[in-house]
Design a protein around this ligand. Sequence first.
Ligand SMILES: [Zn+2]
Length: 66
Amino acid sequence: MEHVPTFPVTETVVVDHPAVVCDGIGITLGHPRVYLHIKPGQDSVVCPYCSRQFVLNNTAAVANAH
Ligand SMILES: [Zn+2]
């Protein structure tokens, strides 16, 4: 079954860490679990399967810097 990532970003998820696991929870089809990583200097990453955007919570990142 061919994967066709056609739908745009429709949901934004705020995360506390740059390492994100997404398996499509919240959408109808779902997808295999994938590991995404928000690169240094960037503040977000988009899942290539379900097009959800994960935005790093900078406030939490500062709070965790100890
Ligand atoms: Zn996803």
